[in-house]
Write a protein that binds this ligand. Sequence first.
Ligand code: PXP
Length: 240
Amino acid sequence: MILGVNVDHVATLRQARGGPEPDPLMGATLAILAGADGITVHLREDRRHINDRDLKLMRELVSTVELNLEMAATKEMTSIALSVKPELSTLVPEKRAELTTEGGVDVKREFKKISDAVKKLNDGGIPVSLFIDPDEKSIEWAAKTGAQMVELHTGYYANANRKSRQNELEKVRSALALAGRNGLLVNAGHGLNYSNVQPVAAIAGLRGLYIGHSIIARAVLSGMKEAVSQMKALILEARG
Ligand code: PXP
């Protein structure tokens, strides 16, 4: 099972100050050194975190693991993907005002747009994954687009209360089985964290997990001790 690490939120932190740090490229490098099997970036229409320069440099940097470009199925993003050539493009719905990707792609409603994007990307040699809700209809429609993979939205599982969590996990399991019968490779992601990842990671047949926010959040806290002691050492050194 692969772990794709989404480094968008390293860039979110950078954008809070508008300066150069922290650099998502360095975040990606350290993630790869720690064993990440892939790096994911979401180039949003409003470039709120990752920007075009990050993506270009990320393509140069990420050569030994999968670079997964999350993107809306728009003409602009398709043409960027075709020039950057990630190992995988994941098509996601995108609304300007959302804090994060809120639901899966409505493949039935946007069938033509999605299928056209899948075809263009595939013709350019880029495999495509569709981020969808873990339900029957979404999978059946996803299979018709010609996409190679789906990423099942685990946000419903992650946000479920204790009572319904098992039920949401079951939906992921049956969606995986149906997607497999439809010839799709299956990934999962969204909202996975240190306390809820294991039941999903234990599902046999999943190709990979795509995780972002919880890893960046953990990195900020687990790095705090060292960051403060390094600053303190510099200050004490300056004072002799
Ligand atoms: N997969 C997809 C398609 C996403 O849009 C996101 C969020 O950018 C993730 C996975 C990662 O979600 P999280 O940041 O909650 O781990």
